[in-house]
Design a protein around this ligand. Structure first.
Ligand SMILES: Cc1cc2nc3c(=O)[nH]c(=O)nc-3n(C[C@H](O)[C@H](O)[C@H](O)COP(=O)(O)O)c2cc1C
Ligand code: SF4
Length: 544
């Protein structure tokens, strides 16, 4: 057996690399099974990071701990869909297991993470490592953009990617002026698919025009929103599409270096990406991209927390302005983009702006990946035209179990709160969903049929936001805790009217005063619960 590396060897391996803290923490964690006080001292000295800051950051992440043996302990997904599938029982059955937040596999049986393996299964003794499910093609031949080629054999290898038309768009982009690339994207209507929907060409143009450098690209593959697992299918089955999108972003913005920030819970994806980068060296000549694995924190999906996390700073969101396009990674102009956004870029350059825009319905442009899970016959990822009817997706494509009716669906994972049965005439686009008091966001939809206790689902959702609130600002830090308490136990006013008034007031303060999207959107859970399910709320409160 090879001797395990010394502290000095680990430090030497990483200290001169870009964004060295996360890989160094993982290297020590892998060697020792935890992060010991000596490891922290060695890292602090090696990276010249103050011990106090380092300690604060390290204890923030869920998957890194100072407790001996912590790395090998099984962690069981406690996302809303996994709980419906029995994850609380599995947690009890697995020796020494700990709960973890939604691990992004809601289309699979329950995920269990242990050391570097992501297993899935419903029962102890049945856990196995399996690839991400491949989505079937859309019914009725409805055209896809990002998923169009994922079912091609060997698509995840460089040879298979090139054989099926991959890297041709990058070759074309190398012949174009940066402004020409930006114009195509502008005309296509491509907007960020990570949740905020910001126009991609506008962001890239701002980076191109910003002073200073070197310019930086970041692929946001943190995918921490419960009920979202769309980036995983792209990363696992079409990794070169994301690398090609990043390289084209490089040509358009002037950036030649970049990071893929990958959520910790996708260890197989890490291997796939590292292999893809190794294989595509020739195609990606002129670009320097590397993968950095997160350590478990939902807030690190927020782009400025992500940048702090990469830099080895405490992963709080930054105050804005300045925005990352001028002051991003290490204060350089930086474009942070979601996986799906980047995966859309090469097909748009290959087929043209009009083609992409025309995939949408009516005035809507392009497509959106939807991760659909919960009480449906065929959970999974679906790439729908923007503006697609929610009912068609639910009832015709995914199928609702016979004899059941849909009571509620979540939107934007959990961040968009609930829509009720009367809202199912919605179309999947921001304009329509905002009109219904919600938003599409990253496109996670969880379905709950008439058997489900919506008050309990709301409690679990708020508990998630409370445990993931980073603590930087008090309206969110305290508000998510108070709302969780109100949903959990007899606390605060007991009279239903006073309870409702107080929950509204807490939510209002959070929406108005929270510093980032987490605290601003979490109250959509309680607001939509009270609006859609007043009987369930009253009966819970009366039973207290
Ligand atoms: C709490 C929170 C979590 C987020 N998580 C993610 C995420 O996991 N992946 C992602 O791409 N964007 C996430 N975002 C949005 C990012 O901040 C950012 O808007 C996005 O990465 C930009 O890429 P795009 O323009 O391609 O969408 C999150 C935002 C917030 C407020
Ligand atoms: S809103 Fe919540 S998650 Fe965002 S900065 Fe404030 S405490 Fe942190």
């Amino acid at each position: 057996m090879p001797a395990s590396p010394s502290d000095e060897q680990l430090i030497k391996r990483w200290q001169d690399q870009p964004a060295p803290l996360l890989p160094l923490l993982h290297a020590f964690n892998e060697r020792d099974g935890h992060i010991s006080p000596q490891a922290l001292e060695a890292i602090s000295a090696g990276l010249r990071l103050p011990m106090a800051n380092l300690h604060g950051s390290v204890t923030f992440y869920h998957h890194i701990s100072g407790e001996p043996g912590s790395r090998d302990r099984p962690r069981v997904c406690m996302g809303p869909i996994c709980r419906l599938n029995g994850s609380e029982q599995l947690l009890q059955d697995l020796d020494g297991a700990e709960p973890m937040a939604c691990a992004g596999r809601c289309d699979d049986p329950i995920p269990v993470l242990q050391a570097d393996r992501a297993l899935v299964g419903r029962f102890e003794g049945e856990l196995q490592q399996i690839p991400s499910p491949l989505p079937p093609p859309n019914p009725d031949g409805i055209e896809e953009c990002c998923l169009a080629s994922v079912r091609e054999p060997d698509r995840a290898t460089c040879a298979g990617y090139v054989r099926t038309g991959g890297y041709a768009a990058l070759a074309k982009a190398r012949e174009m002026e940066p402004e020409e690339i930006l114009q195509v994207l502008d005309d296509s209507g491509l907007a960020g698919r990570g949740g905020a929907g910001f126009p991609t060409a506008t962001k890239w143009r701002a980076v191109r025009n910003a002073q200073g450098g070197p310019k930086t690209l970041v692929c946001n593959a943190d995918e921490g929103e419960p009920g979202c697992f769309k980036d995983r299918v792209l990363l696992d089955h079409d990794p070169h599409a994301i690398l090609e999108g990043m390289a084209i972003a490089g040509l358009a913005t002037g950036a030649t270096r970049g990071f893929i920030y990958l959520r910790y819970e996708y260890p197989q994806t890490l291997d796939i990406l590292e292999r893809a980068l190794e294989e595509a060296k020739e195609q990606l000549e002129g670009f320097d991209f590397c993968v950095r694995r997160g350590a478990g924190a939902y807030i690190c999906g927020e782009e400025t927390s992500l940048l702090n996390s990469l830099e080895g700073e405490h992963p709080f969101p930054r105050n804005r302005p300045p925005f990352p396009v001028t002051h991003g990674f290490e204060q350089t102009p930086t474009a942070v983009n979601n996986v799906e956004t980047l995966a859309s870029v090469a097909p748009i350059l290959a087929h043209g702006a009009e083609w992409y825009a025309g995939l949408g319905l009516g005035e809507h442009r392009g497509t959106k990946l939807i991760s659909l899970s919960g009480d449906v016959e065929r959970p999974g990822n679906y790439e729908v035209p923007m503006g697609f009817p929610l009912k068609t997706l639910l009832f015709d494509w995914a199928g609702v179990p016979e004899g059941r009716s849909v009571q509620a669906v979540t939107m934007a994972g959990l961040s968009g709160g609930f829509l009720g049965a009367a809202d199912l005439d919605a179309t999947l686009d921001e304009a329509c969903l905002r009109g219904k008091g919600s938003f599409l966001g990253a496109g996670g939809i969880m379905v709950f049929d008439d058997r489900r206790d919506m008050f309990e689902i709301a409690r679990q959702s708020m508990e998630f936001f409370a445990s993931e609130a980073c603590g930087k600002c008090f309206p969110c830090r305290i508000g998510t805790e108070r709302l969780t308490e109100r949903l959990s136990e007899p606390s605060g006013p007991l009279a239903p009217d006073a309870w409702i008034e107080e929950v509204h007031a807490i939510g209002h303060t959070m929406t108005q005063l929270s510093a980032c999207g987490l605290g601003k959107s979490a109250p959509l859970i309680t607001e939509s619960l009270m609006r859609l399910f007043p009987e369930q709320v009253s009966s819970k409160l009366e039973a207290r």
